[in-house]
Every structure is written in structure tokens, then in C-alpha cells.
Design a protein around this ligand. Structure first.
Ligand code: FAD
Ligand code: DLZ
Ligand code: SF4
Length: 520
């Protein structure tokens, strides 16, 4: 072979329609796949996330080879492995003497910065291509953002509906006459609500080898290594998607915000891991969901809700990330500096809602959206936990976590650390909200109806503590400012009781020990 084109494919780029592969012939290219320690430890990822990515990479390499591609695969335990993308590309340049390095842009800022340095470092040209698996390009998002103070998702979402034609009528109006059916999608759980289980995939020989490797190399990372059941091939991911369309999509909408202790997935799709590492294509998935609606097998509110999460929220947070980085990673508008409590890592808390969300996180490297937002996130917001500590936690513990999607959700949607660029108000809530949307409170050691004192649900006094300490920043916000009239009507003595209860609780929190999220 004359000098080949070297095509590095990263662990979240496991797609056949990757821009770096477009137009290349098998005989002219060497595909480079690299298992590197840095990617498992820049935050100490949940063991199942590492298994997911490495096993999916090994399966993808096998599939490419069977199609006739030449794949240079560097395993984690290769004795010469340098542990970093840049180090491994350097070694591959020596091995292959490429005419060019051609790579699809990375999902994370950190890796993007490293890629930019490759040009000056290697003797051949480096072409970084756009990631065309997303529906909105960076330029699309810049155009959308230009001149807007608030980057409201709903406006962006409508543009995506028009761009893709999803759920659009021939007259250019949205299917059903409305863009959004969220009002129909807030049902609290009925007593005994049970959803059909999502499929789990038994580890094959490749996955079993990776499980053993991860147990040996990353045994001190958070989370259970087994049982491991995530899809690691495109065929498994498609099977998981079909199971969702057949058995859970129809009730996805109504129960999107519901929480039931021990029912970890409810009607959610569990497809984020497959989407984020490239086993599934977002547009293909949305077209498939639309077909369920057109065939009369799923109602519009559920299908629109599902499609909005993907072409709305998912695309929007990706655009937002690249628009707001690198500042977003340091944003702390509400000046929150409290350390993350140790119980986020151990689950040892009497708050039943938090304990259950942390349990599913530990067992499955997953928690569903409303658990991440209104239990775990809401707690971090109203307790004033440092945004960088919170972001490290979310990035480490979820199998679907990549910074482009995790950080806007944490810093923007949950913590208001970006000063309201993403969310128009902080999603702060007292125990009432959790009680209405879940069955957690009935068997909690705290009383959700009690507002202050040692037995009160901690969310109650923390809510008012949050509102009071951020008054100067939030009072002018038309979506939340009116709450201060209620606070003022309480009178000084009642206010003091709330603040004292909150402070006693906050003082009782044990800070997380060093070394959970990052190596000391
Ligand atoms: P479903 O409820 O079935 O939704 C369908 C799909 O829509 C998801 O697979 C996902 O691709 C997309 N989606 C839904 N909500 C969002 C959202 N807010 N942002 C982006 N995409 C969305 N999602 C991640 O993929 N990675 C993360 O690291 C991540 N971190 C989050 C952190 C916080 C604080 C919050 C509040 C949300 C986070 N999300 C993240 C979004 C959401 O919680 C997950 O996508 C979802 O729980 C994945 O489970 P699912 O596939 O069953 O989702
Ligand atoms: C998450 C992850 C892990 C744990 N390991 C690897 C790896 O060894 N090799 C690889 O190519 N990718 C890995 N990844 C995914 C990367 O972190 C991801 O591709 C970058 O963060 C860019 O989004
Ligand atoms: Fe959570 Fe409060 Fe309900 Fe307990 S009472 S489960 S802490 S919301």
C-alpha cells in the first residue's frame, strides 16, 4: 500500500456513516482505534460505562474488518500503549507513515483541543471533519443564537421540525395543530404502575473479556461492574429500539415525569447510550417513532414528546455546548461552593428519593431524566453544591455521559450556573413536587408534609433557603420572582425557622472524600 489515509475513530464514533469514512476506499485507509487509559480516568467513569465503550469499540472493529477495512486496534493492555489519543496517533503515524490524518471532530472540548495540536505535531496534513450525525451543524446553531438573550429550546426545536419534516403537515403546520403536547405528559404514577422491562443483553465472549479487564484495571471506580446488559452492537441497539417502540413508546409521554421506587426505567427508551456512542442514528430513530404514530400504534403526545427529546433537547444541548465553551465548564452564576456530599457516592442517606436514584445509578450507570433533574439535580441546586463537583459526578456516573450533553444539562438546566442562558428559571422545587410525581415519600423517614424541624423533608426548608439566599439574583425573574411575596407574608419568625432548619441540615452533610471522581 502507498501512504494510506489514517482515520482515527473514537469510542463515541461507532457509526458506519461517519464523515471521516465518507468517500474513502478500503484499500487507501487504515482505521485507528485506540483504547487509552486517559479516557477512562479523566473522570473516573462508572465501570459499566468503560465496559460499554470498550466492548462496543471491539465489536465495531470486528465488523469493520469483516467488511474488508484495515483496522489498527490498540488494546488497553498493549505494553507500549501511551495512554492518550495523541500518544497513540503519534505511534500510528510512525507505523503507517500516512499521507493524511482524517478524523471526525470530537464530542468533547478537551479532545478537540488535543486534535487541534495534531496539525503542528505530525508531518502530514490533519483534516478535522464536521460530525454530520447531528442534525444541526455548528453554523445552524450560531445562526439560531445570534442576537438572542435566551436561547429558548422551543424555538430551536421548531426549526428542527421544519428542517427534518418530522411530524409536519404538507401545509407547513405541525401535526395535530400544536408544536408541543407537554401539558398531556405530566401524569403522576398510578398506584402499582409497572412498565414492560427493557431488554438486557447477555455479555458475549468479547464483553466478558472487557468486564474482566475493567474489574482488574478500574476496580476502585464507582458503580457495579455486573450485571452488565447494555447493547454493545448496532444489532443489539436496534433490538432495544424495536422493543421500546413495541412496548413502551405509547405510554412514554404521559409517564415521562413519573418516578416509582424500584421501577428504574418506566416507559423511558434507554437508548441514550446507543445514540451517544453512535450505534443508533437520531434521525433514523425519530422517523421510526413517527411511523408508529402514522400507523396508529402510538399517540401523538408520546411520539412528539420522544422526538422533541432527540431533535429538540439533544441537538440543542449539543449546539449550546459548543456555543458556550470553554466558559460553561467554569460558570457559577449563583456562587455555589458547597462540596458534594459523600452520600452521592455511597447512597447512604435517609432521603428515600435520593437513595433510590443513587442506587439505580450505582447498579445500572443510569437514572431517568426526571430523577436526574428533579431529585438529584434539584437537591444540588437548592443545597448550593459547587457546579464543577456536580458536573464531575454526572460525567463519571452515567453510561451515556459525554461532556457535550452532560454539561449543558448540569450547568444550564439544573444548576442555573450559566445565569439563565439555557433555562429561563431555576427548576427549584420543595418536597411537594417529588411527592406528587413519585411514590417515594410514603415510606421515607422524613415527613413531606412537615415544613421545618428535624423530621421535615429536607427539600422543604432547603427550597426557601435557596430562594432567600438568591433573592437579589432571582427576584427580577418574571417566572419565579412572584414567590417572594409568599416568603414576605410568612413573617420573620417563620422565615427564621425555615432558615435554621435548612442550615442545621446543611451542617450535617459530610463532604465527599477526595478521589471518587478524579485520581488524587
Ligand atoms: P428517554 O427519556 O427515553 O429520552 C429519549 C432520548 O432523548 C434520550 O435517549 C436522549 O438521547 C434524549 N434526551 C432526553 N432528554 C435530553 C436532554 N435533557 N438532553 C439531551 N438529550 C436528551 N443525557 C445524556 O445522553 N447524557 C448525559 O450525560 C446526560 N446528563 C444529564 C444530566 C442531567 C442533570 C439531566 C437533567 C439530564 C441529563 N441527560 C443526559 C438527559 C436525559 O436525562 C438522558 O438523556 C435520559 O435520561 C437517557 O435515558 P433514555 O434514553 O431512557 O431517555
Ligand atoms: C469514554 C471512553 C472511554 C472510557 N474509553 C475510550 C477509549 O479507550 N478509547 C476511545 O476512543 N474512546 C473512549 N471513550 C470515549 C471518549 O472519551 C470520547 O470519544 C471522547 O470523550 C470524545 O467525545
Ligand atoms: Fe424525598 Fe422528602 Fe419525599 Fe423523603 S419526604 S422521599 S426526602 S421528597
Amino acid at each position: 500500500m502507498t501512504s494510506p489515509v489514517l482515520v482515527p475513530i473514537l469510542g463515541d464514533q461507532l457509526s458506519r456513516n461517519l464523515s471521516s469514512l465518507a468517500g474513502l476506499s478500503r484499500k487507501d485507509a487504515v482505521i485507528l482505534m485506540m483504547e487509552v487509559g486517559d479516557e477512562a480516568t479523566y473522570v473516573k467513569h462508572h465501570k459499566q460505562k468503560i465496559v460499554l465503550v470498550l466492548s462496543a469499540m471491539r465489536h465495531f472493529a470486528e465488523a469493520l474488518r469483516s467488511e474488508g477495512w484495515r483496522v489498527d486496534y490498540v488494546p488497553l493492555d498493549d505494553s507500549d500503549n501511551t495512554g492518550s489519543f495523541t500518544g497513540e496517533v503519534a505511534r500510528a503515524v510512525e507505523r503507517h507513515g500516512p499521507s493524511e490524518i482524517r478524523v471526525t471532530e470530537s464530542g468533547e472540548w478537551r479532545v478537540h483541543e488535543a486534535m487541534l495540536e495534531w496539525e503542528g505535531r505530525f508531518a502530514c496534513p490533519v483534516r478535522i471533519l464536521p460530525d454530520t450525525r447531528f442534525i444541526a451543524s455548528h453554523a445552524d446553531f450560531r445562526r439560531f443564537a445570534e442576537g438572542r438573550k435566551h436561547l429558548t429550546m422551543e424555538h430551536f426545536y421548531r426549526e428542527m421540525r421544519r428542517k427534518t419534516g418530522l411530524l409536519m403537515r404538507p401545509d407547513g403546520k405541525p401535526e395535530g395543530g400544536a408544536w408541543n403536547y407537554d401539558a398531556e405528559n405530566r401524569a403522576p404514577p398510578k398506584a402499582g404502575l409497572r412498565a414492560p422491562l427493557a431488554p438486557k443483553f447477555a455479555p458475549d465472549v468479547i464483553t466478558q473479556e472487557v468486564i474482566a479487564l475493567v474489574g482488574q484495571r478500574f476496580g476502585d471506580h464507582f458503580g457495579d461492574l455486573e450485571p452488565f446488559g447494555w447493547p454493545v452492537t448496532r444489532a443489539e441497539a436496534l433490538e432495544a429500539a424495536e422493543a421500546f417502540f413495541a412496548r413502551r413508546l405509547a405510554l412514554f409521554g404521559p409517564y415521562q415525569d413519573a418516578m416509582v421506587a424500584g421501577q428504574d426505567d418506566l416507559y423511558h427508551s434507554l437508548l441514550s447510550t446507543s445514540l451517544n456512542i453512535g450505534l443508533l442514528d437520531p434521525l433514523e430513530l425519530c422517523r421510526r417513532a413517527e411511523a408508529e404514530y402514522r400507523a396508529g400504534r402510538a399517540p401523538l403526545n408520546s411520539v412528539e414528546g420522544f422526538i422533541r427529546q432527540i431533535i429538540g433537547w439533544r441537538e440543542y444541548v449539543r449546539g449550546f455546548y459548543w456555543h458556550q465553551m470553554p466558559g460553561l465548564a467554569k460558570a457559577n452564576e449563583l456562587a455555589a461552593h458547597r462540596p458534594l456530599p459523600e452520600f452521592f457516592w455511597t447512597g447512604a442517606t435517609d432521603m428515600r428519593c435520593l437513595a433510590d436514584c443513587i442506587r439505580t445509578t450505582r447498579e445500572d450507570a443510569h437514572a431517568h431524566h426526571i430523577q436526574r433533574l428533579m431529585v438529584l439535580g434539584n437537591f444540588c441546586l437548592i443545597a448550593g453544591i459547587d457546579p464543577q463537583a456536580v458536573a464531575d459526578w454526572y460525567l463519571a456516573v452515567y453510561a451515556d455521559a459525554f461532556e457535550w450533553v452532560e454539561l449543558p444539562n448540569v450547568a444550564g438546566m439544573v444548576l442555573y450556573a450559566d445565569g439563565g442562558r439555557l433555562a429561563t428559571k431555576p427548576y427549584a422545587a420543595s418536597g411537594n413536587y417529588i411527592n406528587k410525581m413519585s411514590d417515594y415519600c410514603g415510606r421515607c423517614r422524613y415527613k413531606v408534609s412537615q415544613k421545618t424541624g428535624p423530621n421535615a423533608c429536607p427539600f422543604n426548608p432547603l427550597y426557601w433557603h435557596f430562594m432567600a439566599r438568591n433573592r437579589s439574583r432571582l427576584e427580577g425573574n418574571h417566572r419565579i420572582g412572584r414567590i417572594y411575596a409568599t416568603w414576605d407574608r410568612m413573617g420573620a419568625a417563620r422565615q427564621r425557622e425555615y432558615l435554621d432548619s435548612a442550615e442545621k441540615f446543611l451542617d450535617s452533610l459530610e463532604p465527599a472524600r477526595e478521589g471518587w471522581a478524579r485520581n488524587e
